[in-house]
Design a protein around this ligand. Structure first.
Ligand SMILES: [Zn+2]
Length: 343
């Protein structure tokens, strides 16, 4: 009850402040002066300020920010005008005060990575048949995804002996979509630990010329309940916290997608084309309470690409690219969240 009253008073104060505040400073140039990095996702209208390993998440027009993904603070709402972000002097002063304080403990870590090999068992996924040296060969998505997933798994296992590295399947079995996310959601984590979920697939298209690889992340439009209901948290605060945590997962997912895309590009070069980063509003990880991406390795229906996907050397390159992307993200996540006491 006290929490509720505090909440309304805080809203009231923030409205009064935002009426008085001059929201006329260009956020990008102000941040640059203070050595603050700005990440901005125009698709979701959300952004993150980062300095000395700490983050402030914000959304255009929202009169509150989330500090280090856990504490809500009321601010003058940032405003987006003609593609430029504007904030008040107080917004900048408060951000600098937050970044300058002494931080203690609570280091963020990636506690687990789940690799999901798409399809399996009675569900082959995409498949096509080719004649190679006079022999008919059928290439099945479920086999390609399992091979690549195992390769990624082995690399991660070796690089991160202290993290939980899991596969949703390690043999040719059928799994319901719910079972895949259930595996990820049931992993026990310590406080300040995150899970990454990576689903591996291969593409098909009636147009046999279609080729290339893609990385997908969950669309910010898709609303998920990502926090367990906590009776100690006031309902209205809970809803805000919930939506901001969701935005965090979106931001992190976009970042993983970008790192994986770059990782594959570096390994594959011009052997395949980069079709870009895309947003799904429906896919296997829709129930996952964690940053999640889906990788489409290439097109089973394109003869050239199918031959590549049958070649273990090529699959090793793909898996190395995906591993490098994941590992770049882990480094980014753990360095930025885990860096304490920096000025
Ligand atoms: Zn698939």
């Amino acid at each position: 009850m006290l929490m509720k009253r505090f909440f309304f008073i805080a809203i009231f104060i923030s409205i009064v402040f935002s009426l008085n505040a001059q929201t006329n400073l260009n956020l990008l140039s102000e941040a640059e002066k203070d050595g603050i990095t700005v990440y901005w996702d125009s698709l979701s209208g959300t952004g993150v300020l980062e300095k000395s390993g700490h983050q402030i998440s914000f959304k255009a027009d929202d009169p509150f920010v989330l500090q280090d993904y856990k504490k809500i603070v009321f601010v003058d709402a940032p405003i987006l005008k003609n593609g430029t972000l504007y904030v008040s002097r107080k917004f900048i002063t408060d951000a600098n005060a937050f970044f300058k304080q002494e931080f203690s403990g609570s280091e963020y870590k990636v506690g687990a990575i789940v690799i999901d090999a798409g399809h399996g068992g009675q569900d082959p996924g995409a498949y096509d048949t080719y004649t190679v040296n006079g022999k008919k060969i059928t290439i099945k998505e479920k086999e390609v995804t399992l091979k690549v997933s195992k390769m990624i798994y082995n690399r991660l296992k070796q690089a991160y002996p202290d993290k939980k590295i899991l596969m949703t399947r390690d043999k040719d079995i059928f799994l319901e979509l719910e079972e895949r996310t259930e595996i990820a959601n049931s992993i026990k984590l310590k406080d300040h630990e995150a899970i990454l979920f990576v689903s591996i697939h291969a593409n098909a298209n009636p147009d046999k010329k279609a080729s290339g690889y893609e990385v997908w992340y969950l669309s910010p439009d898709y609303r998920r309940n990502v926090l367990e209901k906590n009776s100690k948290i006031d309902n209205s605060v809970y809803n805000i916290l919930n939506s901001m945590t969701e935005e965090e997962y979106t931001t992190e997912s976009i970042l993983i997608a970008k790192f994986i895309m770059d990782g594959i590009q570096a390994q594959i070069g011009n052997k395949s084309i980069q079709r870009g980063i895309k947003a799904y509003d429906w896919f296997v990880v829709r129930n996952a309470k964690m940053p999640s991406v889906l990788v489409e390795l290439g097109f089973i229906t394109n003869q050239n690409e199918a031959m590549n996907l049958l070649d273990d050397d090529y699959l090793q390159k793909l898996s190395l690219g995906i591993y490098n992307g994941l590992s770049a993200f882990v480094t980014h996540f753990e360095r930025s969240h885990g860096f304490t006491g920096a000025k």
